[in-house]
Design a protein around this ligand. Sequence first.
Ligand code: NAD
Ligand code: UDP
Ligand code: UDP
Length: 320
Amino acid sequence: MPTRNHYRKTWLVTGGAGFIGSHLCDRLIEAGDGVLCVDNYLTGSRDNIAHLLDHPHFEVMRHDVTFPLFVEVDGIYNLACPASPIHYQRDPVQTTKTSVHGAINMLGLAKRLNVPILQASTSEVYGDPEVHPQTEDYWGHVNPIGTRACYDEGKRCAETLFFDYHRAHNLEIKVARIFNTYGPRMHPNDGRVVSNFIVQALKGEDITLYGDGEQTRSFCYVDDLVEGLIRLMNTGPETTGPINLGNPGEFTMRELAVKVLEETAASSQLVHEPLPADDPRQRQPDITLAIQKLDWAPRVALKDGLKPTVSYFWQILQAQ
Ligand code: NAD
Ligand code: UDP
Ligand code: UDP
């Protein structure tokens, strides 16, 4: 039973109806905290949080973070931003506004309330990296005028704003650089490689390898990632990051395709399609800092994380 003085923390999760955000809301509610989920449903969905809507400690608000927000909370997880190339390139100016104006508004809110704020940054700040694996002190190799720049440079500017608010106002900030994450509730049409391959395999369609399929990514299961975000938020004020959060297991896209075919028992053909502009050649997180500062490392191997992900996509394809 809660005591009379029991105080329940309420977290603001922007982008809380999205893929990662909805899993974060689940974990915070499970831990007994309260959640205010703010989302404009650009790429997220009420389906992702439908199971939480009747929970007494869960509240949802339709709002666009590019506009000011006046609420009272104990900490902010800032995840609002379209994350897949297809989604963030659809309205690139809005993508940059979401990262930059959204960061300013959420930092202004955190400053007024004097509460910690965590930024969902990205491995895309490293661009097409010349350092491998990527460590946090690498400044990156980003094309500032390419089609990915609205996202990459928006996220880089958001990091700048976080550190300027920290220096200027002594705000408690946490910057997580998230590497490719996958799991249930990914958007089936977001064009990302894990969702594309699984949906193609389940429909018996060809698997589309862009370029030669030898480019690499490192895939983190969403439960591991959320654990890392919560651990980072719960560090002391001296831990600002940036901290890489991702799974160091590195796979070529061809290897991923083979794993998806094994998991789905599908017999799709692998076909080649052109490589998108500025597609990074390789990506693998160095997570030494996360191990040291957060005592965190991913536990779920790609093979194991693909199982629930395939089940999720199978269910939503059945329902269509
Ligand atoms: P997602 O698209 O599923 O979630 C983003 C959420 O933000 C959606 O619910 C969307 O509706 C909402 N949103 C977008 N613009 C908004 C706005 N202006 N105001 C309010 N809400 C808005 O994507 P995700 O994969 O869950 O990504 C969550 C965060 O993590 C993003 O900031 C993304 O950049 C970051 N990230 C994700 C990955 C990944 O692999 N999934 C990797 C690196 C970083
Ligand atoms: N802001 C907000 N909620 C708040 C406090 C501020 O959305 O509770 C917004 C505010 O509208 C402003 C931005 O955050 O545009 C930055 O606020 P800050 O106080 O840092 O700057 P200033 O208001 O001085 O421009
Ligand atoms: N990719 C692919 N086939 C697809 C979708 C993506 O080969 O159907 C490749 C893409 O070119 C990139 C990698 O998979 O090299 C990861 O793409 P994704 O869009 O998932 O993430 P990001 O490029 O942002 O890391």
